[in-house]
Design a protein around this ligand. Structure first.
Ligand SMILES: *[C@@H]1O[C@H](CO)[C@@H](O)[C@H](O)[C@H]1NC(C)=O
Ligand SMILES: *[C@@H]1O[C@H](CO)[C@@H](O)[C@H](O)[C@H]1NC(C)=O
Length: 336
């Protein structure tokens, strides 16, 4: 009698112990994720307005972290993802807030055809940063101003190449003053170039700093316009050979499909990508990776903590003429 009672007690204890073990492991997985979320929140200074918002953001964070970790566990990708400042946003929210290139329309400004005779030398690899033609990476923040950042990086490049002086120039002056309906709602690079040409120059970032929102055009015209351009050029579409010659000549503004960009951390982006070019970046070089993949080097405007210190490398010379993510479809540059 006594012994059978003991057995049933042992069984009960075992069941209890094992179910409590399972519960603990579930709780601790969520607990670990929740600690990760808290740590991430303090790292990126994120606060949520309400408990409901936090619960919602935690769910998205967990989904994204699971996706990023399982992507990185596959050993065969040519690039890696990272848990960055965009980890609590869905892909739709992210694209809506952090991109902002309008597709070129028939109203686009006329651009001068690309002058191949300008291209003196096309080396096998090139990095305009090494030639001091690229300013530090900035963050556009939640404002669809990528088009202004893309254009300004190209202007900074050609001005440095012509004059030897590298100055960080003002995106904000373009956003506030170009008189178009764009600003944080998205815009076009050639409209930015057109404004700088019409305005007789562009202020420095120091004189007209970035605000992450569209403001009133400052009537206090900055005393010195730091840089000017004389025209706008376009590279023939869908031809990475022509693009190579253009980038060998100067940094180029590029419209691109950003759908694979949100969690990019490092490596050369390869694989399936669309051509919905809602984002704009600046081509500042090209080369071949250690494992033999030809790439383009682009400066982005999502801060230095995104990608490779703010830059992304994307596969070059793919077998579709539009280029990876449509990178050969929408190429413009300023003429100094
Ligand atoms: C692409 O551009 C290169 C360089 O100008 C040119 O030689 C080539 O014919 C172009 N290819 C096509 C398909 O237009
Ligand atoms: C292009 O991307 C935008 C922003 O993410 C989206 O609203 C739109 O539906 C996309 N268009 C196509 C054709 O996929």
């Amino acid at each position: 009698m006594a012994s059978s009672r003991n057995i049933s007690l042992v069984i009960l204890i075992c069941i209890f112990a094992s179910s409590s073990y399972q519960a603990t492991s579930l709780i601790s997985r969520d607990h670990i994720m929740s600690m990760k979320h808290e740590k991430w929140m303090s790292q990126y200074n994120r606060y949520y307005e309400s408990k409901e918002e936090k619960v919602k953001r935690f769910k998205i964070f967990k989904y994204n972290v699971d996706y990023i970790e399982s992507f990185n566990r596959v050993g065969t990708h040519t690039y890696q993802l990272g848990i960055n400042q965009f980890a609590d946003m869905t892909s739709e929210e992210f694209l809506a807030k952090y991109t902002g290139n309008s597709m070129p329309s028939f109203q686009s400004s006329p651009v001068a055809p690309f002058k191949y005779e300008n291209v003196k030398d096309v080396p096998p690899s090139l990095d305009w940063r090494e030639k001091n033609a690229v300013t530090p990476v900035q963050s556009q923040g939640p404002c669809g101003s990528c088009w202004a950042f893309s254009a300004v990086a190209a202007i900074e490049g050609i001005v440095q190449i012509k004059s030897g002086v590298l100055t960080s120039l003002s995106e904000q002056q373009i956003i506030d003053c170009d008189g178009a309906f764009d600003g944080c709602q998205g815009g076009r690079m050639e409209k930015a170039f057109e404004f700088v040409e019409r305005n007789g120059g562009l202020a420095s970032d120091t004189d007209y700093p970035y605000q992450t929102m569209e403001g009133v055009c400052s009537t206090n015209t900055p005393s010195s316009l730091a840089a000017s351009i004389t025209g706008i050029g376009g590279v023939p579409q869908n031809n990475e050979t022509a693009m190579l010659m253009a980038v060998a000549n100067q940094p180029i503004s590029v419209g691109i499909d950003p759908s694979l960009f949100q969690f990019y951390r490092s490596g050369v982006l390869t694989g399936e990508c669309g051509t919905n070019r809602t984002h704009a970046i600046t081509a500042v070089g090209y080369g071949t990776s250690e494992d033999g993949i030809k790439f383009w080097l682009f400066k982005n405007s999502w801060g230095p903590w995104w990608g490779e210190d703010g830059y992304i490398r994307i596969q070059r010379d793919v077998d579709v003429v539009e280029g990876m993510c449509g990178l050969a479809m929408d190429l413009t540059y300023p003429i100094a």
